[in-house]
Design a binder for this molecule. Structure first.
Ligand code: EPU
Length: 335
């Protein structure tokens, strides 16, 4: 039923070595249910693309690798396409499929690593768009019972890199498919400065979802390390939110500090700025380090250890807390 002692190195984008005591890749919901029936109390770890995980040690339980595949246009209205995508599909391949079919709404989310099933868990977002804006519903198997449940937008309790699946329902469900509500008439989102600049540089005169996707791909490729070349899990920390009054205090002391207005008198501060000011940008420590273009990304150049990356993250948190009194929270799941 399960493979034993399987290396997880090919299944995590940090390319960290760790062994799974038991391992099963599932291609259908029936296979998943069968695996759950046979797990006999083993601790579970579900992997999609392994792009948001830091493995610091071997995992003695059961690793389930989601390989559910399929993209289906299930319904159309005058304004929308409703597309159900199986959770094991690669996110970026789905974005490219959407663009080639003229399904609009996810072009700003091009080139984000990971799978479709992992996307709603942390409400992936980039360049002014979050997945919740095009989310219709999802299906998930309840681990305790093997039953399939449907979750609406409200059920998912989306927030900034948050959903109910990272909070109350953490470890309780396995997402099997996600249905998106994509637009027939595109609504271009070029509010993020870098997109406008890149479209200008590319000489784009007429906007299209393809042009936005190309611009996003160009920005990401110029700033972020490609996990196939340098191990990483994207942004390691979330951008912290502080009370506006505390932000004003910080600005008095550090006039250059950037901040973005949030609801309820809050300000979001780029963690990348805090980490760079604290002196970490581009630093390397043997095989691991802080990326030279985007200090929010921790990297494994090859042969690094997850436990060492965890220590580095802790040191970064401490130095930012000491210098700015701001707490950084990891975005990545640490196992
Ligand atoms: N900055 C610096 N130094 C740097 C880089 C950035 O000070 O070296 C500051 C600048 O003030 C810059 C600001 O950080 O204006 C924002 O930088 P960037 O546009 O690169 O975005 P980010 O806030 O660092 C977030 C997401 C990324 C997403 C980008 C683009 C989080 C945790 N990260 O990063 O998502 O691609 O915006 O929308 O919200 C991910 O989650 O894995 C991820 C890569």
């Amino acid at each position: 039923m399960f493979q034993q002692n399987v290396s997880l190195k090919p299944f995590n984008t940090f390319s960290l070595e760790a062994k799974a005591g038991h391992f099963k890749a599932f291609n259908s919901v029936e296979e998943l249910k069968e695996a759950l029936n046979h797990r006999k109390g083993l601790e579970l770890l579900v992997l999609g693309g392994g792009s948001n995980i830091l493995l610091t040690k071997d995992f003695n339980g059961l690793v389930l690798k989601n390989e559910l595949k399929g993209i289906e246009l299930v319904r159309e209205t005058e304004e929308h396409y409703f597309v159900e995508v199986q959770a094991g599909e690669n996110w970026h391949q789905f974005v490219l499929t959407a663009i080639s079919n003229d399904w609009a709404g996810i072009e700003n989310l091009s080139l984000i690593p990971g799978t479709v099933g992992a996307a709603p868990m942390q409400n992936i977002g980039a360049y002014g768009v979050e997945i919740e804006q095009v989310f219709e519903k999802l299906k998930a198997v309840e681990i305790a019972t093997g039953e399939v449940h449907t979750f609406s937008h409200a059920d998912c309790q989306f927030g900034y890199r948050e959903s109910v699946f990272k909070k109350e329902l953490k470890g309780k469900y396995i997402i099997t498919s996600v249905t998106f509500r994509l637009n027939k008439e595109p609504v271009f989102n070029t509010s993020y400065g870098a997109i406008k600049d890149t479209l200008d540089e590319m000489g784009i005169e007429e906007l299209s979802i393809k042009a936005i996707s190309d611009a996003v791909i160009q920005i990401r490729q110029s700033k972020l390390p490609n996990p196939e070349e340098i191990g990483n899990a994207g942004s390691f920390f979330k951008n912290p939110t502080v009370d506006k009054i505390d932000y004003e205090g910080l600005r008095a002391e550090f006039p250059g500090i950037p901040g973005y207005q949030q609801p309820e008198q809050k300000m979001k501060i780029p963690a990348a700025w805090l980490i760079e000011q604290a002196g970490w940008k581009g630093k390397t420590f043997g095989p691991i380090g802080v990326h030279k273009n985007q200090p929010l990304v921790l990297v494994n150049y090859g042969g690094g250890e997850g436990a060492k990356i965890k220590e580095l993250a802790f040191e970064i948190q401490q130095s930012v807390a000491t210098q700015f009194g701001v707490e950084l929270t990891p975005e990545v799941n640490i196992i």
